[in-house]
Design a protein around this ligand. Structure first.
Ligand code: ADP
Ligand code: MG
Length: 254
């Protein structure tokens, strides 16, 4: 059997006495589009950030393509992985957050190519060709020389997606990519994500867009109180939630 793209086992995280992730198990297979839904504070971001090892946790682990993220196994137990090891384990991951984190003083194209040139050590020509192809993909090739401030929120988020894609990730993590956008700009970002899904990209997406989850996800995961309460294909999960908590949560979105 092939390793799943992401495998989370018994992941537990506490802040003081407060448990924000409680023995979470999750597997994402190649080509899966998994949407994580759930109330604010249920641990969705913490789970995503833990998978990428943007934060550490207390128990359990997360593997990406079978590789343990953030830790190194030694005969005496686990120790934190070094920077280089962590960067290598993270390389298959592309990440997009609620806020776009574009560099304001750089052009759109330079935002997309910066990491390719600095981290990937690509030459300018090669990086720009790759960057333009990704901007083309998100429908913004004509904006390559613009500054972020000249773009709408939806366009900025599409640039952030192009930037993530330029590094050729094998799986994309999205944390509420449309939550900071005006409603009329949400569709263009979801449209890009649907295209990626149709192309077979493996995606793990935290979202409050129930319509998107219902139509684009292969699987929906409902979190509450740091646990996965229910998961399954979107149709039955939305139509007939088996847990009262999910039923109640969905009420607020109808
Ligand atoms: P979600 O993304 O589902 O809204 P989060 O993963 O951001 O939830 O947060 C889960 C819980 O962890 C929340 O109750 C939040 O208040 C708490 N939390 C997050 N970061 C910190 C922190 N740095 N210190 C203390 N508590 C935190
Ligand atoms: Mg969050």
């Amino acid at each position: 059997m092939l390793d799943p793209v992401i495998r989370v086992r018994g992941l537990t995280k506490r802040y003081g006495t407060r448990t924000v992730l409680d023995r979470v198990d999750l597997e994402v297979a190649a080509g899966d589009v998994t949407c994580i839904i759930g109330p604010s504070g249920s641990g969705k971001s913490t789970l995503l950030r833990s998978i990428a090892f943007l934060e550490t946790y207390d128990e359990g682990d997360a593997l990406v393509f079978g590789k343990l993220m953030g830790w190194r196994e030694t005969p005496l137990g686990r120790e934190l992985a070094g920077e280089r090891e962590l960067a290598e384990a993270r390389a298959p991951l592309g990440m997009v957050f609620q806020h776009f984190h574009l560099w304001p003083h750089l052009s759109v194209l330079d935002n997309v190519t910066l990491a390719l040139r600095l981290v990937g050590r690509m030459g300018r020509r090669e990086a720009e060709t790759a960057g333009l192809a990704m901007l083309e993909k998100v429908g913004l090739a004509s904006h390559a020389r613009h500054r972020p401030e000249q773009l709408s929120g939806g366009q900025k988020q599409r640039v952030a997606i192009a930037r993530a894609l330029a590094a050729k990730p094998r799986v994309m993590l999205f944390d509420e990519p449309t939550s900071a956008l005006d409603p009329e700009l949400v569709g263009e970002v979801l449209g890009v994500m649907k295209t990626l899904a149709a192309e077979g990209m493996t995606m793990l997406i935290v979202t409050h867009e129930m319509g998107f989850a219902a139509h684009a996800a292969s699987r929906v995961v409902f979190m509450d109180g740091g646990r996965i309460v229910e998961e399954g294909p979107p149709k039955p999960l939305f139509a007939e939630p088996s847990s009262p908590r999910l039923a109640q949560f969905l009420q607020t979105w109808r």
